[in-house]
Each structure stands twice: as structure tokens, then as C-alpha cells.
Design a protein around this ligand. Structure first.
Ligand code: AMP
Ligand code: MG
Length: 324
């Protein structure tokens, strides 16, 4: 079975062809805001402009290798409304053109599924941290249950906001990680875990304030240590509660080495195993949508045209995991 997948919930327009043994081909076009953060309409215009090239390239590959596609998977949500509509429109056209099923994929579930596929984790507690989401989840009775999540902004957004405030270009995550390596001191910053939920907004603001008085590397380091310790605490409690012996890190912020290191230490201390998918599957990518479309279609799940409306607020725990 070969599935064409299309991702474009936010900054990355990405199309891919996948079968069960791996990624056949992937092509992406990245939106980089001229200044500030992601602007939904500008991002969707970017996707519309690059759609023909990105999709055409991948279809060209399929033709070249004489591959027969079995389905068109697309990120149905959550994400930015205008971006989602651009992607869904293209996906509908392809499904009609090739007369193959449409598969509406939940973007968060796709991060989890591609992570399991690529890291070999079987039944992990999942730490999903990206530009838009921060959730700790685990599969229970056919759904990815959310054990803890952010009450305000995601950890990625908190770091990016801080970075913008101190004059670094978007996305600031990688640059903050680099600066943090030169730190010498830890500066106390607000640590906010409420029950199993997290809050990063105050932390981002406090770090911005601290940067006016302290060494920048020290602030970057302290921001990371504080935010990541919060995530590790919630993950450890979720693992204990759901009796999971594995943990897996996914989403763009998962590229951060320090976060992986801290989660790995926690897992070692409780005799659990930590899984980290390869870097290129961490941020948003077309392959994750194609692969999730594949497992969905194989289990008999597809999306009739009439139900292909975009879902900007699509919740991870709304998805019936029919393929588990
Ligand atoms: P996603 O939404 O999953 O594509 O992830 C994008 C987010 O990942 C942005 O907030 C980036 O700043 C963040 N990110 C990427 N690389 C790193 C890194 N090395 N450390 C921290 N955050 C990162
Ligand atoms: Mg994402």
C-alpha cells in the first residue's frame, strides 16, 4: 500500500509518498516569517504558492517509478484555519483526480505514529512538544488520552516568544539551545505545574525580564532547565499512573538535546526505556501524515468528502485509534 500525505498545518508545506517499509520520497517548502511569529494568512498564501511545485514533484516521483497510490492523506487539524483549508482543498482535488480514498489525519496523532514507527517504541507515554502543542499522552482503551497539557501556550511558543523578545529570529528554539550551552549559572524562574497540567506563559515573560539583568546564556539555560523539568515531572507521573515502561519524545522541540537527556535520565532511574525518533521526523513533515494515513486506511478508516471539513481545534483524544 502506498499513501500520498500532505502536511501544512502551520510553517511547513510538505508532501510525501510512504509505504510500510519507509519513506519513498518527500518534498517540502518552508514558510519563514519576514518578522515576528507565524502569520496565519501569510503562511496559507505561502502554501498556496508552493502547492503545485511541492505536490507536482512528489506526483512526478510516483510517475517516474510507476507507483500506484492507494490513498491521499492530509492534515485535517489541529492547525491554523487558512493553512488547513489550503491543504484540504489540494487533498480533495487529488482524491477525486486519482479516484482513491481521502484520509483526514489528526496532526498530533501523526507525530505520535511516525515516532513509534521510526523509533521502535511500542506503547510509550508520549511527550509531544511543538510550536503549538505541549501534551503528555498515553494510549488507553483505543484513544490517546491526554494526561497533562499546557494551560496557555506551548513550550515551543514560550521559547520562540522569549527569543523574539531578545531579538533572535523565528524560530528561536535552536538558537536558545545553542546559547544555553555556554551558561555558567542557573537563575530561578517560575516553575508552574498544576496537577498534571503545565503553564509556560509566565515563564516566557519572566525569562524576557531576566534577560535585561542577567547573562543571556544563563537565562537561556535557566529557561530550558525550568520548562523541561516541568515536562519531565508530568511525564514521570503519567508513566507511573498509566503503568508505561516506555517514554517517547516527539514534536519540533524534541530536537532539543537537553530535553532528550533529561527524559532519558528520568527513564533510566525508573527502569523504563526512552525513545527518540530521528531528527527529521520530529518537526512537521509530510511523511508523518502519509504514514498515519496508511495505518488508518489499512484498518479500514477513510474520510468521505462530506466529512473532510478542516478541524482547527481537532483534539488528539477525539481520534479512535482503530489500528492499535
Ligand atoms: P513543530 O511545530 O513540531 O514543527 O515544531 C516547531 C517548534 O520546534 C518551534 O517552536 C521551534 O522553536 C522548536 N524547535 C526546533 N528545534 C528546537 C531545539 N533544538 N530546541 C528547542 N526547540 C526547538
Ligand atoms: Mg507539529
Amino acid at each position: 500500500m502506498i499513501i500520498f500525505g500532505l502536511e501544512g498545518t502551520a510553517w511547513n508545506l510538505s508532501a510525501a509518498l510512504v509505504d510500510k517499509s519507509g519513506v519513498i520520497y518527500e518534498k517540502s517548502a518552508t514558510y519563514v516569517p519576514a518578522k515576528g511569529g507565524i502569520h496565519p494568512r501569510e503562511a496559507s498564501q505561502h502554501h498556496a504558492e508552493h502547492m503545485a511545485k511541492v505536490v507536482g514533484d512528489v506526483l512526478g516521483k510516483a510517475r517516474e517509478q510507476d507507483l500506484k497510490m492507494d490513498g491521499i492523506a492530509f492534515s485535517q487539524g489541529p492547525g491554523l484555519g487558512p493553512c488547513l483549508r489550503t491543504v484540504a482543498t489540494a487533498a480533495r482535488v487529488l482524491s477525486l483526480r486519482y479516484k482513491i480514498p481521502l484520509i483526514g489525519v489528526n496532526h498530533c496523532v501523526a507525530h505520535i505514529e511516525v515516532g513509534k514507527w521510526q523509533s521502535g517504541a511500542r506503547d510509550p507515554a508520549v511527550i509531544y512538544v511543538s510550536g503549538a502543542n505541549s501534551q503528555v499522552l498515553a494510549l488507553r482503551k483505543g484513544h490517546y488520552r491526554i494526561f497533562g497539557e499546557t494551560l496557555d501556550i506551548s513550550v515551543g511558543n514560550a521559547i520562540d516568544k522569549f527569543a523574539r523578545n531578545i531579538g533572535l529570529p523565528h524560530p528561536g528554539g535552536p538558537k536558545v539551545e545553542e546559547l544555553a550551552r555556554q551558561a555558567k549559572n542557573y537563575i530561578p524562574l517560575p516553575y508552574t505545574v498544576k496537577g498534571m497540567d503545565l503553564s509556560f506563559s509566565g515563564l516566557s515573560t519572566a525569562a524576557t525580564e531576566a534577560a535585561k539583568k542577567h547573562d543571556l546564556a544563563d537565562v537561556c539555560y535557566s529557561l530550558q532547565e525550568t520548562a523541561f523539568a516541568m515536562l519531565v515531572e508530568v511525564t514521570e507521573r503519567a508513566m507511573a499512573h498509566a503503568e508505561k515502561k516506555e517514554a517517547m519524545l516527539v514534536g519540533g522541540v524534541g530536537a532539543n538535546k537537553r530535553l532528550g537527556e533529561m527524559l532519558n535520565t528520568m527513564c533510566e532511574e525508573r527502569g523504563a526505556k526512552f525513545f527518540l525518533p530521528p531528527r527529521k521526523f520530529m518537526g512537521d513533515n509530510g511523511s508523518m501524515i502519509a504514514y498515519t494515513g496508511l495505518v488508518m486506511l489499512r484498518s479500514g478508516t477513510s474520510t468521505p468528502l462530506a466529512e473532510s471539513k478542516v478541524r482547527p481545534g481537532y483534539r488528539t483524544d477525539d481520534v479512535a485509534v482503530t489500528w492499535a
